[in-house]
Design a protein around this ligand. Structure first.
Ligand code: SF4
Ligand code: SF4
Length: 314
């Protein structure tokens, strides 16, 4: 069976994306990705006694996932939109402008906004990338298979002395130690959507501005997405049972994120995840036609007012 992607090329690209070169750190070694599985072992231990403690937090380039945002905004008692405005920097994940967010740095530095005197001030809710370091991971789907296979890579940067510590640990045990499982589970759908969008390639064409806005809201703006599900337009289109409605209206962000990913799959890829009301598509089509006709008529009138001969005819 042929790989849909060249894992080696993708691995290098993914690692460069996750761990871009940081010239301000001395003795930076080039990345040498080696493909690993969960049962492979690494030599690594990060603890407050290492001479480089917190060095990695002083020069960050960390991409945030939807579940990172839920955990951090909840810890800080903020709405997702407030958290995003205060603690993130937007960037484009691909050439089509798929929106991504990076963790903000302190003004005038490359130091993480959450680094304090004693270390990480949000440690229990630190982002996925901080938990994984010094591992990179990526999903690769093979042609004809629906499952995404997880691959791991060790990143050995010279400033990181954790690699000299006398401890070996399997990747699976390291993931358990870093408590990445809930992050992996909550982000799995989102990562797959991003992967599917990226691998769609130029034949599918650029996504519309509307679909990028929906991706942004579903990924990073939970409270706004909840309000969207409560809007008349949404409820005219979708037929939600009482239990789903109640859970969406509650403060269960994890449930809301799962639902948001179902909604994205439906909108972006036409997967039928959320039941629609009978005749909803036809009704929406008629409404859209009415709007288009109205706009056309307005444009025709504007043109006639610009042309004095047309006015005379009136
Ligand atoms: S969130 Fe915490 S662990 Fe991650 S870079 Fe910032 S200070 Fe370091
Ligand atoms: S050992 Fe590596 S991960 Fe731990 S503080 Fe040092 S540089 Fe950061």
């Amino acid at each position: 069976m042929t790989d849909e992607f060249d894992p080696e090329v993708l691995a290098t690209e993914e690692l460069r994306r996750l761990f871009p070169e940081r010239p301000e750190l001395p003795n930076q070694s080039p990345l040498k990705p080696v493909q690993l599985t969960g049962s492979d072992t690494i030599r690594f231990h990060c603890h407050p006694g290492v001479s480089c403690f917190n060095v990695c937090c002083k020069s960050i380039n960390i991409q945030l996932t939807p579940y990172d945002i839920i955990r951090l905004k909840r810890r800080l008692g903020l709405d997702a939109a407030d958290f995003v405005a205060r603690y993130t920097v937007p960037f484009e994940m691909d050439q089509h402008g798929m929106p991504g967010l990076r963790l903000a740095v302190k003004p005038g530095t490359s130091e993480c906004a959450f680094l304090g005197e004693e270390g990480c001030t949000v440690y229990e809710d630190r982002p996925t990338a901080c938990r994984y370091y010094p591992l990179g991971n990526m999903g690769v789907r093979k042609v004809g298979e629906s499952e995404v296979e997880e691959l791991y890579f060790l990143v050995q940067e010279r400033h990181c002395k954790g690699h000299d510590e006398p401890r070996t640990i399997s990747i699976d045990d390291y993931r358990a130690e870093q408590e990445v499982q809930p992050y992996e589970e909550m982000n799995a759908d989102w990562r797959e959507i991003v992967l599917k969008k990226r691998s769609a390639g130029p034949t599918i064409g650029a996504p519309s501005a509307r679909s990028l806005q929906l991706f942004d809201m579903c990924s990073y703006d939970m409270e706004n997405f909840r309000r969207f599900t409560q809007s008349p337009g949404f409820n005219e289109m979708f037929d939600l049972d009482a239990e789903t409605r109640a859970r969406l209206d509650s403060d269960d962000d994890e449930y809301l994120l799962d639902f948001a990913m179902d909604f994205l799959r439906q909108v972006l890829f036409g997967e039928q995840r959320i039941p629609k009301r009978e005749g909803a598509d036809q009704m929406r089509y008629s409404q859209r036609r009415e709007v288009i006709e109205r706009k056309r008529e307005e444009a025709r009138r504007a043109h006639r007012l610009e042309d004095p001969r047309d006015l005379a005819e009136d």
